[in-house]
Ligand binder design. Sequence first.
Ligand SMILES: [Zn+2]
Ligand SMILES: [Zn+2]
Length: 291
Amino acid sequence: MAGDYPAGRGRVKIEAGGFEIEGVSIAGHESFYKLPAFRCLLEFGRAPDDVLGYPTICLTHGHLDHAAGLAHHASRRRLTGLPPARVFAPEEAVPDLEAWLAISQRLENVDYGVHVTPARPGESAMLRRDLQLTFLPGRHRVPTVGYLFSEVRHKLDGELQGLPGEEIASLRAGGRKVTHREEIPLFAYPGDCGREIFDAAPEIYDVRVLLLECSFVAPDDVDRARRYAHIHLDDIAERASLFQNETIVLTHFSLRYRPAEILEALDRLPEAIADRVVPFLPRRRSPPPRL
Ligand SMILES: [Zn+2]
Ligand SMILES: [Zn+2]
């Protein structure tokens, strides 16, 4: 055991495609990921000290290994004097999440001030002037949404490039639109999902970094993956040529496997994808030097 966690599992911190991702993900036990570049937390299966400062939370679904930290996070932020976080969750889950918060507030006789914002697939919210959060459809056993982060740039129209600044300014003053909006897909996370996600949200193939669940890896567990609406490593291998991502971080591995078994299974991925895949697992400590 490493702290609260089974051997070889627990806190992970990796860098993927220029983004730091830190957290924990063990299927059925606990998932949360800190994304410092976006000041966003994905899921909050637990609310340890170092996630309290995160003002935006993207919850994919109501399974408690992803959501149990909701009231805890809200309560601790209030106690620390921090403003309420902005919480996104699937529209269908919002009434139950709000009811849970209401009961927690009654138990504590306080007001967290938190409200859950429904994340409707196809809609989006601006997190910063240059950062857009788009809600993707999900595919799991309970209502689920995915999240896509894009950088927004306002670029000068092609035919105006090379013109002196004053000329562009006067065109703009005359009412001409001189820039166009560009969205650069940086990061996507569809939450827990079955293989149907690939048809439902094909955008995930094109983001720079894809954080993708891969709960099951053993050949015997294909049926289990289907039954529980999770992805099996074979589903990824079959689609190897479709992934355009710079990095694919595989996560949410079942506790059925030891880390060494997971790494061994990943070695079987086709070449087209193998060197872009990073497992969200704690790095193995190198053996102590021999004296
Ligand atoms: Zn899960
Ligand atoms: Zn789940």
